[in-house]
Design a protein around this ligand. Structure first.
Ligand code: SF4
Length: 364
């Protein structure tokens, strides 16, 4: 298949691994920020193919996983209100809140609908003028522009029953928070590919400039990731700490200006709570005051809950890269993709789910 097969070529992969093995001299730790990278790395057995000098850790780049319990509780509270239809992407319905999930609420009679795009959610609002449709906005800079566009569409159309619960997150601020905390010592970061297609590469330049850590933006095919690892190893061995782009077929320096403008038209950056990480300044998106009529948190009276997390789940530590799935006593016994205890097992991009499906030892 064009644009896929050439990035999965076995001979090219072997050549890259040989080159990486020959240049990698000292032990290093690399983190792949993005859950999509984690899945690809596990699925293609990339960790096992790399030389023992290279250890790879998974980061917090799974939007469903980093959504804290308190925000899941908000979605559940909205689902319980009469006259509300919840529209959400599939993974979110199974993420446990303090005492329920959207899936359980649906089974108990709430109107919770899985949608594949904001267009589906808008259409539900059009067809149900007497109900309020709340779209659960989860995701990084990749999804936020389409959610922003849906708000503009609703505003232009005069659609008065469409709302957003904005749980969006921004990636550079949380990277900054993780690196500043120095909880884990990293030599290099594989930066997100899809997010960078929107943001451009510029927002990640601080990684080298302020933290002396090498960084490379990568695509998601196995050869993309191996190329990014090779570029990282080369930088580290040469003592360079800059941002490089191994995904130029998708990512430009300035990003997607139109998408950024739409996002900035509708949202302001705001402090946001990340599961396992806490409050990170300016790492979330809230609707601007002029679009407050679409903000579910301003329109509906959402009672704060007494937040309860499952005591055995260590998703928070896994998202910070300080623990791995095998450190969790529940992994594979109580918790599996059929009966997920935490979001890292629910989400298709979750580290626990990737380890469960494709196997793999923890590396720290
Ligand atoms: Fe949480 Fe399950 Fe992962 Fe353990 S295995 S950290 S319970 S998601």
């Amino acid at each position: 298949m064009k644009y896929i097969d050439e990035y999965r070529d076995t001979d090219l992969g072997k050549a890259l691994i040989k080159r990486i093995s020959s240049i990698s001299k000292r032990p290093i730790k690399l983190m792949e920020f993005c859950g999509g990278h984690t899945v690809s790395i596990m699925k293609h057995g990339i960790r096992q193919l790399l030389p023992p000098t290279i250890r790879m850790l998974s980061g917090p780049g799974c939007p469903v996983c980093v959504t804290p319990v308190a925000d899941i509780d908000k979605a559940v509270a909205l689902a319980r209100m009469p006259g509300i239809i919840i529209a959400t992407f599939g993974d979110m319905v199974r993420v446990p809140g303090s005492g329920s999930t959207l899936q359980k609420e649906k089974a108990d009679g709430a109107d919770v609908r899985i949608v594949y795009s904001t267009q589906d959610a808008i259409e539900i609002a059009r067809q149900n003028p007497l109900k309020s449709v709340v779209f659960i906005g989860v995701g990084f800079e990749t999804t936020a522009p389409t959610v922003a566009a849906s708000v503009l569409e609703a505003a232009n159309e005069g659609l008065c029953n469409y709302y957003i619960l904005s749980l969006h997150k921004l990636t550079p601020p949380v990277m900054k928070a993780l690196l500043t905390s120095r909880e884990i010592e990293l030599d290099g970061i594989i930066c997100p590919g899809h997010v960078s297609a929107i943001t451009g590469s510029k927002p990640y330049e601080f990684i080298g400039a302020e933290h002396n850590i090498s960084a490379v933006i990568s695509g998601f095919e196995p050869l993309d990731i191996l190329l990014a690892v090779e570029m990282l190893v080369k930088q580290i061995e040469e003592g360079r700490h800059v941002l490089e782009n191994a995904y130029p077929r998708v990512v430009r320096y300035e990003g997607n200006r139109q998408a950024i403008d739409i996002m900035n038209e509708v949202f302001d950056a705001a402090d946001s709570t990340w599961r396992g990480i806490g409050i990170v300044p300016d790492s979330g998106l809230r609707l601007k005051d002029k679009y407050s009529a679409f903000d579910s948190e301003k329109i509906f009276d959402i009672e704060p809950t007494d937040v309860k997390e499952h005591s055995g789940c260590i998703c928070g530590d896994i998202l910070r890269g300080v623990k791995g799935p095998h450190d969790c006593k529940l992994f594979g016994s109580v918790c599996d993709p059929g009966h997920p205890v935490g979001p890292c097992m629910v989400s298709a991009e979750g580290t626990c789910s990737a380890y469960y499906l494709y196997g793999g030892e923890d590396e720290r």
